[in-house]
Design a protein around this ligand. Structure first.
Ligand code: 5GP
Length: 225
């Protein structure tokens, strides 16, 4: 009953487009990393961005770092599933890898902002499951941004300002988690993903499985008592 796909993957369900958003510093990156390391069924959608690479980042792993001209070309060709301008830089999701993953029954993790999430809703609402991660307090958010120390003070202030408008969109998301305790928040995130994988509309094979059950049942019921 399972369809064997290229690369040996078994597509017995439709993949989840798992979107995680939060203000910078709320712990979204750590949570995403934990999930990707622990679960081979989910892969990161690697975005393109025109933002300069941070020292800890690897091109092609965390982002594809591109210039504005390349970004515009991709946009004009329709190669982008969604795009947004965040903190003066462009960020976008390349379309091809997402369409391939969904068709192969793999889940895709999107670390994208509110603007991108709303665009994905417009195009593929039934595939998207969105989670918004909140920091336990603004003092803690500021501490985490400063601890990261990869960005200048000016950049940190701008990220805090953006947090204000992002948090206002909490009710556009399917789920909202408060990341006070990382372990607990991670557990809740896994629970959401596992439950969403079982949704009826992500299991197209159910129709034929149920036909078999009903057929066998009618055989049993047709037996003389
Ligand atoms: P950062 O520069 O800290 O890596 O990311 C800044 C913001 O851009 C984060 O909120 C992140 O979720 C968002 N972002 C990253 N990639 C994309 C993308 O492909 N599309 C959209 N809409 N937002 C993105």
């Amino acid at each position: 009953m399972k369809a064997q796909q290229a690369g040996g993957h078994t597509a017995d369900r439709r993949g989840v487009m798992f979107v995680i958003s939060s203000p910078s510093g709320a712990g979204k990156s750590v949570l995403s990393r934990l999930l990707l390391q622990a679960d081979p069924e989910i892969r990161l959608s690697v975005s393109v961005t025109t933002r300069p690479r941070r020292p800890s980042e690897v091109d092609g792993v965390h982002y594809h770092f591109i210039d504005v001209a390349t970004f515009n070309q991709m946009k004009d060709r329709g190669d982008l599933l969604e795009w947004a301008e965040v903190h003066g830089n462009f960020y976008a999701t390349p379309r091809g890898p997402v369409e391939l993953a969904l068709a192969e029954g793999r889940d895709i993790l999107f670390d994208i902002d509110v603007q991108g999430t709303l665009q994905l809703y417009q195009r593929m609402r039934s595939d998207v499951v969105s989670v918004f991660i909140l920091p336990p307090s603004i003092a803690e958010l500021e501490r985490r941004l400063k601890r990261r120390a990869e960005d200048e003070e000016r950049v940190i202030r701008r990220r805090l300002k953006t947090a204000e408008s992002e948090i206002a969109h909490w009710n556009d998301y399917d789920y909202v988690l408060v990341n006070e305790d990382l372990e607990r928040c991670y557990g809740e995130l896994k629970q959401i993903l596992n439950t969403e994988r079982l949704k009826r509309h992500r299991q197209p094979q159910l129709q034929s499985e149920i036909s078999v059950l009903l057929r066998d049942l009618s055989v049993v019921l047709a037996r003389p008592e």
